[in-house]
Design a protein around this ligand. Structure first.
Ligand code: NAD
Ligand code: MG
Length: 336
């Protein structure tokens, strides 16, 4: 059974916390920490469009190096692909002795792209929710669950410090699940590649194309394989596969049980194992970072290739139609 921590000791956060970045996670962490009584400074690059937003929220905003300077904890809440240059250029040179470094995702540390020197705690506090939920639920007196991990324990108190921080942003009210940088990073990458983002979009696309290529109307195909997917996922989220299967018709259930394993067969699972192996060996990270360092030629090419296809076009037409009638497409169709 995983170890779950709640209600950390906020007294451990007696110094300044520098929150670097004011995006999805950054704004939520900064505001929740402040409202928990922690001394916060936000570090932003010159000309950052977020500066006004942070200042309007009553936060102290400084240049990154100035916020880092003298901080007890430096929370690096920048997009993952800019963490290395910003860390090397503006964070590490200004780190106070014994300052802790905190991340919300393990990617850069786990794959050795950011290598903090000895003498600093290196921890992770990763809310399992988008930043706006982290803020919303905190304000409502609740919180989102989160993960905590320690990569480097210089103080002997790194885990307690991470739990304190996780509590100050509201996750400690619900539960902070203890993990490692390796487990968080590898499982997160696998989830988004094989199931959530990569797997789901490829499955939808293949289903849509199969119907359209066989002569069915694209609008019918769209409703069938895109809109209804949301209904099914909502049922699974609410009560698992059994509840979903209880809610759908017997015909749908019989088709599900007999055809599902043919779509995602042993070959697909073998591919999933290969994808996981590429993640674990670091091959995926090397590929990603190489492309990133070269200015993202491959990434941008793939993005362009996927933009504006028939599925997207039909989807936007149908959404417009539903919008005009004040209806949400996904909520007006059942599953037969
Ligand atoms: P984000 O893209 O919302 O924004 C990060 C902020 O960084 C920007 O708002 C800006 O203030 C700053 N920034 C952007 N580009 C910069 C640059 N070139 N130089 C300096 N500053 C720059 O990022 P996010 O989604 O909040 O992600 C931050 C971290 O949190 C990442 O490690 C991510 O993996 C992790 N995380 C995100 C979520 C989420 O829901 N978004 C959930 C869990 C963990
Ligand atoms: Mg993820």
């Amino acid at each position: 059974m995983a170890r779950i921590h709640t209600d950390g000791n906020l007294d451990l956060l007696s110094g300044k916390v520098a929150v670097i970045g004011y995006g999805s996670q950054g704004h939520a962490h900064a505001l929740n920490l402040r409202d928990s009584g922690v001394d916060v400074e936000v570090g932003l690059r010159p000309g950052s469009p977020s500066r006004e937003l942070a200042e309007d929220a009553g936060l102290v905003v400084k240049e990154i190096a100035d916020a880092v300077s003298g901080a007890q904890v430096v929370a690096i809440l920048l997009p993952d692909h800019v963490q290395k240059p910003v860390y090397e250029g503006e964070i590490e040179p200004s780190l106070a002795d014994g300052a802790a470094l905190l991340f919300a995702h393990g990617l850069n540390v786990h794959f050795g792209r950011v290598v903090p020197p000895a003498g600093h705690d290196v921890v992770m506090v990763a809310p399992k929710a988008p930043g706006h939920r982290v803020r919303e639920l905190y304000e409502a007196g609740a919180g989102t669950p989160g993960l905590v991990a320690v990569h480097q324990d210089a103080s002997g108190q790194a885990l307690e410090l991470a739990i304190a921080y996780g509590t100050a942003i509201g996750c400690g009210r619900v539960g902070l699940l203890e993990t490692t940088f390796a487990e968080e990073t590898e499982s997160d990458l696998f989830g988004e590649q094989a199931v959530l983002c990569g797997g789901a979009t490829a499955l939808i696309k293949a289903g849509f194309e199969t119907l359209v290529e066989a002569g069915y109307q694209p609008e019918i195909a769209y409703y069938e394989v895109v809109n209804e997917l949301k209904l099914i996922v909502d049922l699974i989220y609410e009560g698992g596969f059994e509840y979903m299967r209880y809610s759908i018709s017997d015909v749908a259930e019989y088709g599900d049980l007999t055809r599902g394993p043919r779509v995602v067969d042993a070959g697909v699972k073998e591919t999933m194992r290969e994808i996981l192996a590429e993640i674990r060996s670091g091959a995926f990270a090397r590929e990603l970072f190489e492309d990133d360092d070269a200015g993202r030629p491959r990434f941008e090419h793939l993005r362009r290739e996927q933009t504006g296809g028939q599925l997207e076009q039909v989807g936007s037409e149908l959404r417009e139609l539903a919008g005009k009638r004040g209806l949400l497409g996904a909520d007006v169709h059942g599953v037969g």
